[in-house]
Design a protein around this ligand. Structure first.
Ligand SMILES: [Zn+2]
Length: 215
């Protein structure tokens, strides 16, 4: 809730910055009962373009899976009521994430799998369900097994790029603090695999973001 408020403050200060609001699966402890109402109030700000990050994270938290699912679904309902897309965080929770989006609740405006795990099954299901796939630093890591294959199966009009700053700096800067300047390395990696000029990847992903978040 605190970082959502901060994101809006920053977005209101700069016209080229937009915000999302939401509670990540790693922050659901001690959440107030009316957090949905508070999020809804924040989402009324016209710089807020999505509900997120929301989702499931069994890497950091295995003890509260049911609660994570419940909060994920509650926030998808909120996004639906506001007609906003969602930004999904999923880590070591592929099956349950797909199950929710496929069988438990329909997401009206879809949205994006942020920093998408390089899991072929997840990516295929996400595309089938109408979601977009966003790549961060891991796609450039030398030990990322499926990176090239995953990039190949995603149509360009369904692809986004991101930093996930301050985490996950791409090669060749892996291990340093990440920021938006490094986005070019992710674009370059995709350009190499798709055998296209990097400028083309930059402009397509830019247009995709404008369309998905209605910027
Ligand atoms: Zn995340």
């Amino acid at each position: 809730m605190e970082s959502s408020k901060k994101a809006i403050e920053i977005a209101n200060k700069y016209n080229f910055i937009y915000a999302t609001v939401g509670v990540s699966p790693n922050d659901i402890e001690n959440l107030s009962k009316n957090y949905i109402i508070e999020l809804q109030k924040m989402a009324n700000n016209n710089k807020v373009v999505a509900i997120g990050e929301i989702g499931l994270d069994y890497y950091w938290n295995k003890e509260n899976k049911e609660e994570q699912k419940q909060k994920f679904i509650e926030q998808i309902k909120l996004a639906n009521s506001l007609n906003l897309p969602i930004v999904i965080h999923t880590r070591e929770a592929v099956q349950d994430t797909i199950d929710i989006l496929k069988n438990k609740i329909e997401c009206k405006q879809k949205g994006v799998f942020h920093c998408c795990p390089l899991n072929i099954e997840l990516v295929k299901e996400a595309l089938k369900l109408g979601f977009n796939i966003s790549f961060a630093g891991p796609v450039t890591f030398k030990n990322s097994k499926n990176a090239n294959e995953v990039i190949k199966i995603i149509p360009l009009e369904r692809m986004l790029i991101e930093t996930d700053s301050p985490y996950l700096s791409p090669e060749p800067l892996r291990g340093t603090r990440n920021d938006s300047r490094n986005i070019k390395y992710i674009a370059q990696k995709i350009a190499d695999v798709k055998e296209m000029p990097v400028e083309k990847i930059a402009s397509i992903t830019y247009e995709n973001a404008k369309k998905i978040f209605k910027l």
